[in-house]
Design a protein around this ligand. Sequence first.
Ligand SMILES: Cc1cc2nc3c(=O)[nH]c(=O)nc-3n(C[C@H](O)[C@H](O)[C@H](O)COP(=O)(O)OP(=O)(O)OC[C@H]3O[C@@H](n4cnc5c(N)ncnc54)[C@H](O)[C@@H]3O)c2cc1C
Length: 395
Amino acid sequence: MEHVDALVLGGGAAGLFCGGRLAQRGRRVRVLDHSRKPAEKIRISGGGRCNFTNLETEPKCFLSENPHFAKSALARYTPWDFCSLMAEHGLTWHEKTLGQLFCDQKSGAVIDMLIEDLTAAGGVLALDTSIHEVRREGEAFRVQTSAGPITCDSLIVATGGLSIPKIGATGFAYELAQQFGHEVIPPRPALVPMTFTDDHRDAFSDMSGVSLAVEARAERGPGFAENMLFTHRGLSGPSVLQVSSYWHQSEAIAFDLLPGMNAIDLIRTAKADTPKQPVSQFLSQHFPGRFANYFPKELGLEKSTRLAELSNHQIDQFGQALKDWTLKPAGTEGWRTAEVTAGGVATDGLSSRTMESKFQPGLFFIGECVDVTGWLGGYNFQWAWASAAAAAEVA
Ligand SMILES: Cc1cc2nc3c(=O)[nH]c(=O)nc-3n(C[C@H](O)[C@H](O)[C@H](O)COP(=O)(O)OP(=O)(O)OC[C@H]3O[C@@H](n4cnc5c(N)ncnc54)[C@H](O)[C@@H]3O)c2cc1C
C-alpha cells in the first residue's frame, strides 16, 4: 500500500500550487486529478492569458456567508507574492484595467510553472486517476483510486466547483465535505450571464451586441460600474457578471444608465437649450442608437417626442428611469457558462488560518470548493493561491 504525507485531490490552480509548496517543505506529495490535462480552467482563463490576480485584492471583493473568513489567508499570501513567483520563473505580466494582472505569455506558462515547482521539489502529479472512495483509517486517510489504494496523513481537497462540467468540474468536494460532517452552502452559478424573460426577449430582440457603460446593482450587493452587454439570450458584460454573483431567483437588477451624472439636470438643460430635439436624439448623445430609440418606450413616449413636450413631472420620471432602470432576469445561463461557483463548503467548519477541518484533523479544503467567491478580475485565482498557501504551511 502506497503512503504519502500529503495527498491533494484536484490538480487545478489551488491543488497544483498547494502541492508544490508542500513538496518544497519536504513533504512527500501526490496530486491526483481525474482529467488527462491538469488545470484546464487556468488554460481557458482570461481569454488564454490568465488574469492570475488583482492588485486591488481586499476581503470586500469576496462573497461568503462569513465575510471575515478569507481575511487571514489573503493577508498572508498577497498578489505581489504570486507576482514574485512568476518573476522567478521568467514570466511577465501587464495590468489591463481595475488592477487585473494578465500573463504576457500564454496561460499554459502558468500551468507549466506550477507543475515545474511541484515536480522539481519531488512531488508527483497523477492524471487520469479517478477517486472511488475516501475513508478515515486511524489518524490517516485511505483513498481508493482507479490506480489503486493510497493512504495519507493530510488530505487536501482542491477539486473546485461545478462550473463548466464539460471540462471536468464535479461536486466531489461537497459530497466529501458532507461525508465528514461539514455543511455545504448550496452551490449556485456565479459570474454568469443572465437570461431574459420572454417579454424582455421580444422587447430587446434587435439589441443584441449593444454595450452600455452602467453601474449595475443586485438587490443585495455593491454597485459595479462597468459595461453591460445585450446578448441574444439576455444580459452579459462585466457589470452583469459581477452582479450575477449577488443575484437570487426572482430578484431585480438595477442599472444606473448615466453613472456619475445628474440625469434630471441633463434633461432640463437639454430642454432649455434645444427644445425641439426629439428624446431619442437626446439619448443618442449618451447611448448607442438602438438603445436610444428603444428607451422612450419604457416611459410610454414616442422616440420622436420633443423635449419641449415633456412636463416637469415627466422629466423627473425620465431622469429617475435613467438612474434606476430595473429588470427582472428570468434566470442565469447556469453551470455551462458560469465562471465560478458561489456557495460551497461552509467556512464555519474550517480554520481560517489553515483551511483545516475543525471536525477531522488532517482534512483540508482549498480553492473554489470553499464558500469564498471572488469578483470578476483575477480574485478567484488569488483565493486559490492564498488558500492553498495557508494549507501548505501545515498540511
Ligand atoms: C472560462 C473561465 C475563465 C476564468 N477566468 C478566470 C480569470 O481570468 N481569473 C480568475 O481569477 N479566475 C478565473 N476563473 C475562475 C478560476 O478558474 C477558478 O476560480 C479556479 O480555477 C479555481 O481553482 P481550483 O483549483 O479551486 O479549482 P479548479 O481550477 O477548477 O481545479 C479543480 C481540479 O479538480 C479536478 N477534479 C474535479 N473533480 C474531480 C474528481 N471528482 N476527481 C478528481 N479530480 C477532480 C478538475 O479536473 C480540476 O483539474 C475562470 C473560470 C472559467 C470557467
